[in-house]
Write a protein that binds this ligand. Structure first.
Ligand SMILES: [Zn+2]
Length: 130
C-alpha cells in the first residue's frame, strides 16, 4: 500500500501543521535564534500580505495572516518564506532602515533550497514526524 493510502496519517489543522513544519525547519536549517509563530486576523492595511518576520528581544516572530493563510498551500509557503528571512535575519530591512533589499538573490537561493527539499526531496513527508 502506498503512503498516500495510509489511514494512520493524521491531517493536522493548518496552525498545527505550520508548527510542525517550523520544528522541521529548525531541525534541518538551524538559524541560531528562537523562532515562534504568531497569528493575526489580518496583516497590512490596504495592501494585505501573507506574513512577516519581526523581532522582539532575541526572539524572531513569524507573523501569519489568518485571512491570507487560510489554506495549507499558502500557510506552508509563507512559513517557508518567512523562515528563510529568519536564516538571513542580519539582512532584513526591518533592522537596517530599508537600506538593504529585503529579497536579495541570496534570499531566493535559500528559499529555493528549502522549497525544493520540501516539495521534491521528501521534506513534506519527513516533517510529519516532527
Ligand atoms: Zn519576504
Amino acid at each position: 500500500m502506498g503512503r498516500s493510502c495510509d489511514v494512520s496519517v493524521v491531517r493536522l489543522c493548518v496552525k498545527d501543521r505550520c508548527e510542525q513544519i517550523l520544528r522541521w525547519l529548525k531541525h534541518e536549517y538551524p538559524c541560531g535564534r528562537v523562532v515562534k509563530i504568531g497569528w493575526r486576523k489580518q496583516l497590512g492595511g490596504k495592501k494585505p500580505y501573507d506574513g512577516e518576520t519581526t523581532r522582539r528581544g532575541k526572539t524572531l516572530w513569524i507573523m501569519l495572516s489568518r485571512r491570507e493563510c487560510s489554506t495549507y498551500k499558502y500557510a506552508i509557503d509563507t512559513v517557508i518564506h518567512e523562515y528563510a528571512h529568519c536564516i538571513q535575519w542580519g539582512m532584513a530591512t526591518i533592522e537596517t532602515n530599508d537600506k538593504v533589499p529585503h529579497h536579495p538573490p541570496s534570499f531566493w537561493a535559500q528559499y529555493g533550497e528549502i522549497r525544493d527539499r520540501f516539495d521534491h526531496d521528501n521534506g513534506s513527508e519527513e516533517s510529519r514526524d516532527f
